[in-house]
Design a protein around this ligand. Structure first.
Ligand SMILES: [Zn+2]
Length: 439
C-alpha cells in the first residue's frame, strides 16, 4: 500500500515536471561557427575556399562564404588553416572482429577464446577508434559470432553511454552449411559459427526475418567462401547460397525496406549474387565484363575493400601464398574496370579483419595507387556512401540540413591522400569529439 502511495507521489511529481517543461520557453540550441580555410563539401568536385559552417544542435544550419557576419553569441572554431570535410563513412567494417593473424590464432580465437563481455569491450574500443579517426558512420557487416551485439553497441552509442559513429548493423550474416568458420574441427564436435547457416529458401527467409526482427539495418550474405588456385592458375571460389536461397533473403529484406550486401569473390557465387538481386557486392575480387555490365544495369554498389588483400601473404610457394597473390592480381584489374565503367564504388576497409589499431584511412592510399583520384576516393567515403545508405543530404556532405558530422586535416588531401590518416578535428552530430587544431 505504502508502495502504491509512493508511486502516486512520484508520478504526480513527474507529471508536474513534465508540465513545467512544456510551458517553459523552448530552449534554442547555441550556435557554433566553423571557419573553414578549405572545404571539400562532399558534393562539389572542387574544394571551396574560406567558408563558414553554421552548426546548431545536431545539424548544419547553413554554409556561407567567409564574409558573412557571425553573431557575437556564437562560438567560433577557427579551422582557417585546415581542410574541412564531411565525416567519413566506412561501408564495410567488423567492430566485433579482433584481427585474423595466423600467428595469434587466426580468426578462430575471436570466437573460441573471447567471451561476449571481452568482445563487447573490444567493439567499444573499435567504435572509439573509428570516431577519433574521423569515421562518423560505419556500415558494420556482421558480428562474427557475437550475435546481435552490434545492435546493442549502437544503442549504447545512441544513448551516449560510449563514444562512437552512427552504425548501420548487419547482425549475424547468412551462409550455408560448409560455408563459414569455424571449420576443420573433428566432425563430431558441434562448433559455433561466425554466421547463421541456412539450407533451402525456407531457412534462408527465416534467418532474414529473425535478423530483421532483432534490428538488422542491412542483411549480409556470404555468396562465396573458400577460394583457391586451380591447375590453370585461375582463382576459384566455392559458391554458397543458391539463387533461390538468396532471392528469398532479398525478397524478405526488400519487403522490410532494407538492403542486402553480398560477400562475393568471383565466379559462380558472384553471378548468383547478381542474379539473386543483391544491392552491394563486397570485395568483388574478379568481376567479368558481363558482370560489370549487369551491375551497371541493376545499379549494384561495389565495395572493393582492397587493402586486406595486399597484406599478410603466405609464402609464394604454398597453396595459400598462390591464392593470396592471385586474389590481389585480379582485384586490381576489377577495380580499374569498375572505375572505367563508372560503377558506384564505395569506400570499405574490412577493419576488424585488419586490426583496429591500424589506420582505417589507409584504404584511400590503396585506391589512389590504383588510379582513383583523391576527390573520387573521398566521395566514395562521403556522398556516394550516403546514397547507398539512403541518407543523401543527411550525412557525407557539409550542407544546410545535414547532420553536423565534420572533420578536418591540416594538409591538402587532394595533393596527398595520406593526410586523411591524420584527422585532427572531429565533430559528430554537432558535438566536438576531438580538436587538436585550436585551443
Ligand atoms: Zn568483411
Amino acid at each position: 500500500m505504502k508502495k502504491m502511495i509512493l508511486c502516486l507521489v512520484i508520478s504526480l511529481l513527474l507529471g508536474a515536471g513534465g508540465l513545467g517543461a512544456q510551458t517553459a520557453a523552448p530552449s534554442v540550441a547555441s550556435l557554433t561557427v566553423i571557419r573553414a580555410g578549405t572545404l571539400i563539401d562532399g558534393a562539389s568536385d572542387k574544394p571551396l575556399k574560406n567558408q563558414l559552417i553554421f552548426v546548431r544542435g545536431e545539424h548544419i544550419e547553413r554554409v556561407t562564404d567567409g564574409s558573412a557576419p557571425i553573431p557575437a553569441s556564437a562560438k567560433v572554431i577557427d579551422l582557417s588553416a585546415a581542410t574541412v570535410l564531411p565525416g567519413l563513412i566506412d561501408s564495410h567494417t567488423h567492430i566485433f572482429l579482433w584481427g585474423e593473424d595466423p600467428a595469434k590464432g587466426g580468426y578462430d580465437v575471436n570466437i573460441l577464446k573471447a567471451g561476449i563481455a571481452l568482445r563487447a569491450a573490444r567493439a567499444t574500443f573499435a567504435t572509439r577508434r573509428a570516431l577519433e579517426q574521423g569515421f562518423t558512420t560505419l556500415r558494420d557487416l556482421e558480428t562474427e559470432g557475437a550475435g546481435y551485439g552490434d545492435v546493442e553497441i549502437k544503442q549504447a552509442i545512441e544513448e551516449g553511454t560510449i563514444p562512437g559513429p552512427r552504425l548501420f548493423c548487419a547482425t549475424r550474416a547468412i551462409s550455408t552449411t560448409g560455408g563459414y568458420n569455424l571449420e576443420d574441427y573433428a566432425p563430431e564436435l558441434d562448433m559455433p559459427r561466425g554466421a547463421q547457416l541456412v539450407d533451402g529458401p525456407v531457412e534462408a527467409r527465416k534467418a532474414a526475418r529473425q535478423q530483421l526482427e532483432h534490428g538488422a539495418d542491412w542483411i549480409k550474405v556470404y555468396m562465396t567462401h573458400r577460394s583457391w588456385v586451380d591447375k590453370e592458375g585461375k582463382l576459384v571460389s566455392q559458391p554458397t547460397l543458391t539463387v533461390e536461397e538468396l532471392k528469398a533473403v532479398v525478397d524478405e529484406a526488400h519487403g522490410w525496406g532494407k538492403k542486402v550486401a553480398c560477400h562475393a569473390y568471383n565466379g559462380i557465387g558472384l553471378q548468383r549474387a547478381l542474379d539473386g538481386g543483391c544491392d552491394s557486392i563486397e570485395h568483388g575480387l574478379e568481376i567479368t565484363d558481363a558482370q560489370i555490365a549487369q551491375m551497371k544495369q541493376q545499379g549494384t554498389w561495389y565495395c572493393p575493400t582492397l587493402e586486406p588483400y595486399y597484406g599478410d601473404w603466405a609464402p609464394a610457394d604454398t597453396a595459400g601464398g598462390k591464392r593470396d597473390r592471385a586474389r590481389a592480381a585480379v582485384h586490381e584489374i576489377s577495380f580499374r574496370k569498375a572505375m572505367q565503367a563508372h560503377l558506384k564504388i564505395v569506400f570499405g576497409t574490412d577493419m576488424g579483419g585488419i586490426p583496429w589499431t591500424e589506420p582505417i584511412a589507409q584504404e584511400f592510399r590503396r585506391m589512389v595507387s590504383l588510379g582513383m583520384t583523391p576527390m573520387d576516393a573521398i566521395q566514395s567515403a562521403t556522398v556516394r556512401a550516403s546514397e547507398m545508405l539512403e541518407m543523401k543530404g543527411e550525412i557525407g556532405i557539409v550542407a544546410a540540413g545535414a547532420y553536423a558530422d565534420i572533420v578536418a586535416v591540416s594538409g591538402d588531401p587532394l595533393k596527398d591522400v595520406e593526410e586523411l590518416e591524420r584527422v585532427h578535428f572531429v565533430m559528430h552530430n554537432g558535438a566536438v569529439f576531438k580538436n587538436e587544431l585550436t585551443k
